[in-house]
Ligand binder design. Structure first.
Ligand code: 4AD
Ligand code: MG
Length: 433
């Protein structure tokens, strides 16, 4: 018999159906035994009645989380979750689970499972419909960001992740043994997305892994994460980049709400808020000023505390969850950011509910100026030679930004840690599973 997805059962009331999934819950009474079967599309109640002798006698002994194939007649049943129920005629154990589960899929409440244990048994944790929903949302979010980029005429690129020169000045880098030579894991696609501008690609995006040998033990830092990067040629200023990004995010979040809003409401208990464009913009100087008014001193750059505070102030003042922070001093930025006359840069950060989710900038595309800026930052030109040569033979003015996709999910879904917004966590202390 062909398997029917639980989400498709509505079309088969009155028929004999076959469903496959995990044994979510089992409730036995003397007259009737209920089995909740769970798979990626939903949960269905199945019932074993005394008439189905063998089934009735044995089903209770099947360990929770075993994988079952169940066949029986599908009926409407007001009492059942989803309003349908399968009267089990036969079942088969496709995979028997151990009696003792290291963590429960259906938490009874009261028992506090520690985060490390949840991460140790991530694949069981991910069976929880709420956890799985995060990844359905990610799928939609990224699909719609891509969709937006494609509509705007971007090309997709996939730049190498094994690289010869560290690609992000400040961030820590992993070294790898590359056929006996020293190589690095890319800290961002920065250099190569810029190379694509020199190749005349004009507009590109890339979603891919980003590596940071970052020892910070925070709820928002990982050693490996997925970045969504955009780079655009022939821009006049960073303002065009901010407009692109705010429209892209608004579009993608609206689609997430459209597709998953009901389920988010059900499992997370809140409504997704689609932001309005334009997002508020605040210069770093203005940030320092408003922070000072509430007794916080931050100059040049925002600490995570400063970001949080700015998020609160923006929320109160503009009822907005996003804010672009602009006008950073060149002394605080990497050498490739374009300077303004006043020793500022044409760069920005995007904060979402008080957390940085993006850094972006118009780049310095003039070879001689770029070289001067690298020297000025005390960098050795030799390892940068390949990168610099991207600008030697003609390169349009351009700029772009990089987003930490998991940080969007974290803020969108009010997750306590970024570890819940990645399939598997990579931090200094965790390399498995
Ligand atoms: O701010 P970052 O370091 O900027 C760049 O990589 C630039 N090349 C981007 C550009 O186009 N100018 O990283 C971009 C984003 C951050 O804003 C943050 O959302 C995320 O990547 N990110 C991290 N996410 C998780 N763990 C980490 N250790 C992260 N470091 C950065
Ligand atoms: Mg940054």
């Amino acid at each position: 018999m062909e398997r029917i997805l639980i989400s498709e059962l509505g079309k088969h009331v009155g028929e004999k159906v076959c469903v496959k999934g995990f044994l979510h819950e089992l409730r036995g009474q003397s007259k009737v035994k209920f089995v909740l079967l769970r798979e990626s599309s939903g949960i269905i109640q199945c019932v074993a009645l005394p008439e189905s002798k063998e089934v009735f006698a044995t089903i209770e002994k099947v360990p929770k989380e075993s994988v079952l194939k169940i066949m029986g007649i599908l009926k409407l049943e007001k009492q059942a979750p989803g309003g349908m129920e399968i009267a089990i005629e036969e079942y088969e154990i496709l995979s028997k689970a151990s009696l003792e589960l290291p963590i429960q899929v259906v938490e009874k409440g009261g028992e506090e499972i520690s985060l490390p244990l949840r991460l140790d048994y991530r694949w069981i944790e991910l069976r929880k419909p709420k956890q799985a929903l995060i990844f359905k949302i990610w799928t939609t979010l990224e699909e719609e960001m891509r969709h937006y980029c494609l509509k705007k005429g971007c090309m997709q690129i996939h730049s190498p992740k094994i690289i010869g020169t560290p690609s992000e000045g400040g961030a820590e880098v992993f070294t790898v043994d590359y056929f006996g030579r020293k190589a690095f894991l890319a800290q961002s696609p920065q250099f190569y997305k810029q190379m694509a501008m020199s190749a005349g690609f004009e507009k590109v995006f890339e979603s891919g892994p980003v590596f940071r040998a970052d020892r910070s033990h925070t709820v928002r830092h990982l050693a490996e994460f997925t970045g969504f990067d955009v780079e655009i040629s022939f821009i006049e200023s960073e303002e065009e980049l901010m407009r692109f990004e705010e429209e892209m995010l608004t579009h993608a979040i609206a689609k997430v709400k459209e597709k998953h809003g009901t389920e988010i409401q059900k499992l997370f208990g809140f409504e997704i808020k689609v932001p309005l464009v334009p997002f508020p913009r605040l210069s770093m100087g203005e940030c320092s000023k408003v922070l000072k008014e509430v007794g916080v001193i931050e100059e040049g750059d925002l600490s995570s505390e400063g970001e949080k505070k700015i998020g609160e102030i923006i929320k109160e003042k503009y009822s907005h969850e996003f804010v672009f922070v602009t006008g950073y001093k060149y002394s605080k930025r990497p050498f490739y950011h374009m300077k303004t006359k006043e020793e500022g840069t044409k760069s920005f950060e995007l904060l979402y509910s008080g957390m940085e989710i993006t850094t972006g900038a118009q780049r310095e595309h003039r070879y001689e100026v770029l070289k001067e800026q690298a020297i000025g930052k005390g960098l050795s030109l030799e390892p940068l030679a390949d990168y610099l040569s991207f600008f030697k033979y003609g390169c349009p003015p351009h700029g772009g930004f990089g987003i930490g996709t998991s940080r969007i999910l974290m803020q969108l879904l009010h997750l306590g840690t970024i570890r819940e917004a990645v399939l598997l966590t990579r931090t200094e202390e965790r390399l498995t599973p």
